[in-house]
Ligand binder design. Structure first.
Ligand SMILES: [Zn+2]
Ligand SMILES: [Zn+2]
Ligand SMILES: [Zn+2]
Length: 343
């Protein structure tokens, strides 16, 4: 396990390897066999959860010492080369050289048995299965000791930090709230105090049917944000005020699956399969912690940052978000029509 070091003065955290080990981020990649493919289950840790679809019913199974579940639709296991771990090996140190053990769980969610199907190609039904599994895992992780925050993210394509092309998601827990969530929760809390309502609910009404809307379904809205960090960045919000992903209903899961598949499919087709990151911004679930209206952010990786972005936190975006919404909107609507069978 590594150490979680905090900057001298800023709320910035860096995970560094403990002692003199270097972190081997998925050392199996070079062996030429994909550890996430069916048949290669022995290359990963045993499945904590293997979702099997049988006669239209979902079965939640797990591997035991002598049985490996095959025919799974979604498979979850502990990452072999985790960023955080539950084996305490390192020690604490004080400011200004603050460090704590990088304690937590790092689970991998394999989103499909099909190696070549990306998250922009899997079926809507499969996306719903993935979301059911994420909800199951979020609920379980928040019952564990020292889990203050569950971060869920996708690296898709080498340009977005993916080591394997097989479609998968990461779930990494931390014993403190990550800085971006802290910032969003803080800003949200301030807005709430000044205006008496949730800023995201306000944004949803501003962006609905406006020039930055991409797609609207029954329960979700996707749009290009007013000030996007990345070219063609887009966000997906539940229309009703919701702070916890754990409480989302099955109907909302199915609707979100359709939204995810339509927007990612549209993005991939119109932008020629870009590498991208996708993150879930959820509220911390501890009592008394500041809440946010949960949402998903998608960051296509189409250009590299310059010194201005890296050194000063000022972003230059080559595409106006209004133009981006036009491009992504038309592609996503086309995709949606294909998915629901209206041509
Ligand atoms: Zn594979
Ligand atoms: Zn809200
Ligand atoms: Zn956010």
């Amino acid at each position: 396990m590594g150490d979680l070091r905090k900057d001298y003065v800023l709320d910035k955290f860096v995970v560094v390897p403990a002692g003199d080990q270097t972190m081997a981020l998925d050392r199996r990649v070079e062996e030429g066999r994909c550890p996430y493919c069916p048949g290669n289950e022995s290359m990963t840790e045993p499945a904590i959860l293997a979702l099997v679809v049988k006669d239209g019913m979902l079965q939640r199974l797990s591997d035991s010492e002598d049985t490996v579940i095959d025919d799974w639709s979604v498979r979850v296991f502990h990452n072999t080369d985790p960023i955080v771990a539950t084996v305490p090996t390192s020690t604490y140190s004080d400011k200004p050289l603050y460090s704590e053990p990088a304690y937590g769980y790092h689970q991998i969610v394999v989103a499909s048995p099909e190696h070549r199907q990306s998250l922009s190609q899997i079926s809507v039904e499969q996306w719903a299965n993935v979301l059911v599994v994420i909800q199951d895992r979020v609920r379980w992780l928040y019952t564990q000791k020292s889990v203050t925050y569950v971060s869920i993210y996708v690296n898709s394509g080498a340009g977005a930090g993916a080591l394997l092309s097989h479609p998968h998601l990461h779930m990494v827990t931390f014993s403190s709230i990550p800085p971006v969530i802290e910032m969003e929760a803080e800003g949200s809390h301030r807005f709430m105090n000044e205006n008496g309502n949730c800023p995201a609910c306000n944004i949803i009404s501003v962006e609905s049917s406006g020039p930055r809307q991409i797609l609207a379904t029954d329960s979700f809205l996707s749009f290009s944000p007013w000030a996007p960090t990345y070219q063609h960045e887009f966000w997906i919000y539940p229309k009703r005020h919701m702070t916890s992903f754990s409480k989302i209903t099955q109907k909302e899961i199915n609707d979100l699956a359709l939204m995810m598949r339509a927007t990612l499919g549209g993005m991939s087709k119109t932008l020629k399969d870009p590498a991208f990151n996708l993150v879930f911004h959820l509220s911390p679930e501890k009592k008394n912690s500041r809440q946010i209206h949960w949402h998903i952010e998608v960051y296509p990786q189409l250009s590299t940052w310059s010194g201005l972005e890296r050194g000063f936190g000022v972003y230059v975006n080559q595409v106006r978000p209004e133009k981006s919404a036009e491009i992504l909107g038309s592609a996503s609507r086309k995709e949606l029509a294909g998915l629901v069978g209206i041509v």
